[in-house]
Write a protein of this length. Structure first.
Length: 127
């Protein structure tokens, strides 16, 4: 069956972005690479690969393909200890952009992208 192999996220700083997900959620580093027009760093949660991209020229056609500035609206990260994860993103100075007390919690991560944390099985479909 087809599956998502990665989510590419345009960011301001690939290293800051990757390190945030490694330190906060335990994602594993999958390395850095370079194309003629961009730097790339990948992390993996064991199922989904996140690829952080930084284009050399933000005005290039490929850099503008998804719009200006960091982009992908958001992606969700399931966590076992929701409260601990919320505390960690607060401790690291991430901007919470969802309403207080609302689950899931959307936040702006290092690099400028928007992510959300959700309790495990929040989106599980009924059998």
């Amino acid at each position: 069956m087809p599956r998502i192999s990665h989510i590419a996220v345009k960011v301001d700083k690939v290293d800051d972005s990757a390190e945030f997900y490694e330190k906060t959620f335990g994602f594993m580093s999958k390395g850095k690479s370079r194309s003629p027009d961009r730097s790339r760093r990948r992390v993996d949660d064991g199922v989904i690969d996140l690829t952080f991209l930084k284009y050399d020229d933000e005005d290039s056609d490929m850099a503008q393909a998804a719009g200006q500035k960091p982009c992908i609206h958001h992606f969700a990260i399931e966590v076992d200890d929701f409260d601990k994860s919320v505390a960690e993103i607060n401790k690291l100075g991430c901007e919470i952009i969802s309403d207080p007390g609302v689950v899931p919690v959307k936040f702006r991560a290092p690099g400028g992208t928007v992510a959300e944390i959700v309790p495990t099985a929040r989106y599980k479909k009924p059998d």
